[in-house]
Ligand binder design. Sequence first.
Ligand SMILES: Cc1cc2nc3c(=O)[nH]c(=O)nc-3n(C[C@H](O)[C@H](O)[C@H](O)COP(=O)(O)OP(=O)(O)OC[C@H]3O[C@@H](n4cnc5c(N)ncnc54)[C@H](O)[C@@H]3O)c2cc1C
Length: 392
Amino acid sequence: MTTAYQPAQGDDALEQERMILDSVDRFLAVEVKPHVHRLEHDDIYPTEIVEKMKEMGLFGCLIAPEYGGLGLSTTTYAKIIERISTVWMSISGIVNSHLIMAMTVQRSGTEAQKQAYLPRFATGELRGGIGLTEPDCGTDLQAIRTTARREGDEYVINGSKMWITNSGSGNTIVLLVKTDTQAQPRHKGMSLLIAEKGPGFVVSKKLEKLGYKGIDTCALSFEDYRVPADRLIGGVEGKGLQQILSGLELGRINVAARGLGIAQAALSEAVAYSQTRKTFGKPICEHQAIALKLGEMATRTQAARLLTYAAAAAYDKGERCDMEAGMAKYFATEAGMENAHEAVRIFGGYGYSKEYNVERLYRDAPLLVIGEGTNELQRLIIAKELIARNPV
Ligand SMILES: Cc1cc2nc3c(=O)[nH]c(=O)nc-3n(C[C@H](O)[C@H](O)[C@H](O)COP(=O)(O)OP(=O)(O)OC[C@H]3O[C@@H](n4cnc5c(N)ncnc54)[C@H](O)[C@@H]3O)c2cc1C
């Protein structure tokens, strides 16, 4: 029931995209869908699915071909994430956080770092995510307290991180640290390191979550953990915040695609269920109260799709798109929340049962309004950009 908006692309590119999306659909139908219920409710890490994703090249789908990746466009990637999220959003996090790490190295790393890491990120041999948030700060990243002290050819890291996705099952993260705690403005003392697990890199706890099950999100602590100095991304201290922020547009488009996937899944479930469930002698879709909900859900889903694809197309063209990515992230994730909520209502008592998918969608959706910049922050960014683009 997807109504695709197609940005202008050559026939070959469209054909290639169609083949990739078909293979993703087959993978989801055969390898993922039959197992979601068990893996989700028992909170089991999907090892076999991850192995299949490695074979498909999904861990390298945005990495440039010269470094062993598929070099797909952001538009195609957003459509992959949308599809995955209609089936099980947790899988999207396994690949998404990993690619934010990989793309940070591809965008800001030295040539030696790219050669050393990107091919292994692309195969999934090295897997992981991004370590930014700390127990005392997420939105205000300049307040982080994890320090990296230079000692000869190494950095010695001390501190803790919170909510780090893929950090239990994975083996590498890009880690945001303070290399100068006195710097003013504070971001000039912030740097990014490629941190592979080793002595002093401690996974202190796997966090229990409302949804987003199966995938591991952990608290980490660093106790005199040593990283070779040549793992400093870009080779220059003080650029860490800037390097992470320059990846946020891509991250937000991807979270928008997840919201879109949830919105679509909730709509599809509601459209199907409302035709089979009967009350007062007719299917509930024929009651106007339910029909109005379906109309709103479908419109929200399509609007989320158009915003997400438009932001991805602007990103692919190299246009500045912080406002567009912010709008897509904000709208599509709120659409996911609202549609999941409405689907639970349409399912009546069964919407509250673990037997049905809508219960999972209802638990997964709230993460999206928090992660990759909360939706409060998105609206502030949109407004700031609006004023900057329209001075009087
Ligand atoms: C399941 C899960 C997975 C995650 N994965 C990762 C990961 O892999 N790596 C990682 O680094 N982090 C990760 N995070 C952390 C996530 O990015 C943060 O939770 C998020 O950035 C918000 O930070 P916070 O929780 O500290 O909230 P806070 O920053 O304390 O914000 C609390 C509230 O205040 C509002 N607020 C804050 N500042 C402002 C302001 N200036 N104006 C208006 N409102 C404001 C926020 O919008 C929010 O409503 C994950 C979180 C979860 C729940």
